[in-house]
Design a protein around this ligand. Structure first.
Ligand SMILES: [Zn+2]
Length: 328
């Protein structure tokens, strides 16, 4: 992709180009910011552009063709395998970088999520930063600067990425992930400026899920609970429970914020004026408690609690709560 076509983070794109044109590229950049805001996309486009024979990502020269085919030998990507970046991956990187670049004027090595280097791989990686290979630009990405070692930070030029604005995110969706209008609206509401592929992939199912939330909350007759449990079972089978909890927490949060007249972007509706009046009639302390219960369930499921059981428990507690009997 041409650098000019990269959406968002314009000042960083400008900085990279200016630094390159002035021949002042550092040996390593650290791109900081949450997942899904275009850090890796930008690295790839920048690498393509600066190595293009006409510096324009023309799409036709040898370098561009290799980039677009996804097989440029001088664009190396290291992605965590499982929880960590393993020592074998860093050793592989060291041996790849010990050779001269094959085609590129500036070889680029992208090392993603460097907060996931373990002790051993971090020590090996530091050696690369200490003695940077010739004709090579290292780009590290991370979402949590607090987890990085000072020795790593001190050897990189840091660039802080911002989440995408709503129009930018919309542009990314339109260009790369075309969705039906309702699905697109849902993805936009829940993305907070990030490209959330998890939401995008399941957007159609999630529209139905989100629509069902109010019927779960407002039909609290005992016999309805059986239906809710069956619904929960199908949710768990489709591995959608974390979205259910996320949307449920968002629903409670929106009601609370609206009641307290806090101005913010709602998650559950396009605007606060569309919130369900029945939800707004629930006292704030009940909403706050329901929010806490939802988060607790999320935490329990992350800690390996039985998903079906945890969700059924949550529905039972919400049921009691909404009948005015607070579960403490
Ligand atoms: Zn080219």
């Amino acid at each position: 992709m041409k650098l000019a076509g990269v959406i968002g983070n314009g000042p960083i794109v400008k900085h990279l180009l200016a630094t390159h044109q002035a021949d002042h590229l550092p040996s390593a950049f650290l791109f900081l910011g949450p997942e899904g805001i275009g850090k890796s996309t930008l690295v790839r486009s920048f690498a393509e552009q600066i190595n293009c024979e006409s510096q324009s990502a023309c799409g036709h020269c040898e370098n561009c063709r290799l980039f677009r085919g996804g097989s440029h030998p001088d664009f190396i990507v290291v992605t965590p395998q499982g929880k960590n970046i393993r020592i074998a991956q860093i050793q592989g990187l060291i041996s790849a970088l010990s050779l001269r670049p094959m085609y590129a004027k500036k070889r680029v090595a992208l090392v993603k999520s460097v907060e996931r280097l373990n002790q051993e791989s971090a020590n090996a990686f530091l050696k690369i930063l200490e003695e940077p290979p010739l004709d090579t630009l290292l780009v590290l990405t991370a979402s949590d600067r607090g987890q990085l070692m000072d020795t790593l930070l001190s050897r990189c030029q840091e660039l802080n990425f911002s989440p995408l604005s709503a129009p930018e995110l919309q542009q990314v969706l339109d260009q790369h992930f075309p969705l039906e209008p309702l699905a697109k609206a849902l993805v936009l509401r829940h993305s907070e400026g990030r490209v959330r592929k998890d939401l995008i992939e399941k957007a159609a199912q999630l529209v139905a899920l989100e629509e069902h939330i109010e019927s779960i909350l407002f039909s609290q007759r005992p016999e309805a609970l059986t239906d809710h449990f069956v619904w929960i079972e199908s949710l768990v089978k489709q591995e959608l429970e974390r979205f259910f909890l996320e949307f449920l927490a968002g629903w409670f949060r929106d009601m609370l914020l609206h009641k307290q007249s806090v101005s913010a972007q709602p998650y559950s509706r396009a605007s606060f004026s569309n919130l369900n009046p029945r939800g707004l009639a629930i006292p704030p302390e009940v909403l706050a408690h329901a929010f806490d219960l939802t988060i607790e369930t999320e935490v329990a499921i992350k800690a390996q609690a039985g998903r079906q059981l945890a969700l059924e428990g949550l529905l039972l507690k919400l049921n009691h709560l909404f009948r005015g009997a607070l579960v403490l």
